[in-house]
Design a protein around this ligand. Sequence first.
Ligand SMILES: [Mg+2]
Length: 119
Amino acid sequence: MKRILVAEDNDSNYLLMNFILKNNYEILRAVNGKDAVEKSTTEHPDLILMDMKMPMMDGIEATRLIKANHPELPIVAVTANAFDSDRQKALEAGCDDFLAKPVTAAGCLQCIANLLHNS
Ligand SMILES: [Mg+2]
């Protein structure tokens, strides 16, 4: 089973992601950007769902650091802001795709399947 690291500081948002994904993937959680950077190396995830707004270190900086070490690791930006500028910032940091909150089960599963080539 592929492993997905969900970087999300908010418990409710994390639980929703976990509920959507748990039947198809092994789920790990990071509670801030710094935690995500560490677990990207120690936990060997196959994909990361990255909340953009987190304490300690935001998703943009975490994505830059992770991509520097793991350029092939897919990272999906998850953000409440659906503005083009936010989307652009996420893509410039190295994110491979983008999900706007509120995330839907179908949208989330399809996005992940596309990146993991297991659709
Ligand atoms: Mg957040």
